[in-house]
Design a protein around this ligand. Sequence first.
Ligand SMILES: [Ca+2]
Ligand SMILES: [Ca+2]
Ligand SMILES: [Ca+2]
Ligand SMILES: [Ca+2]
Length: 173
Amino acid sequence: MTDGQTVFILVQSHADVWDGAYSLSARTRVPACGDGVLDPGEECDDQNGNAGDGCAPGCTVELTEVEPNDTPPGNPWAYPFVGAIDPSNDTDLVSVSIPGSNYSMLVNTFDLGGGYCGQGKLDSFLVVYDGTFQSLASDDDSGDGLCASVSARTSPPAPTTCACRARRRPPRT
Ligand SMILES: [Ca+2]
Ligand SMILES: [Ca+2]
Ligand SMILES: [Ca+2]
Ligand SMILES: [Ca+2]
């Protein structure tokens, strides 16, 4: 849109099921990197100009994963861990060191500020394994939108490593 341009907004009912009063909100803004809104040309926008937090000052993604990481030993987890499920059948294996038994851990996948989880554009699936690769827990959509969130508890004998596997969708059977 350009300065002085007039745009028209048409409001109509979606179906002939409800008529009534409504309030219309309209705001204008200048798209910018760092405003927290994912704009055209931005890979991410985390509402700050900091480097090293997964989204660079130029609104490009700072990947910390190192491919190939689909199979053991995968990548060691460190904060921030930023990966990409790319291509769509990509699997990322991340190992987290657990100091002992009877620890619980919560694992989440988030988008990088674009709201992609809630919009259904990013769909993750998480599996947490113990050190012998027995599955402890898995989840598809308990996080925001289609993104996964899973909690798991380690049990005796203490595993020293949990391997968290993220993939886009559960395997087809
Ligand atoms: Ca922006
Ligand atoms: Ca990846
Ligand atoms: Ca991978
Ligand atoms: Ca999911």
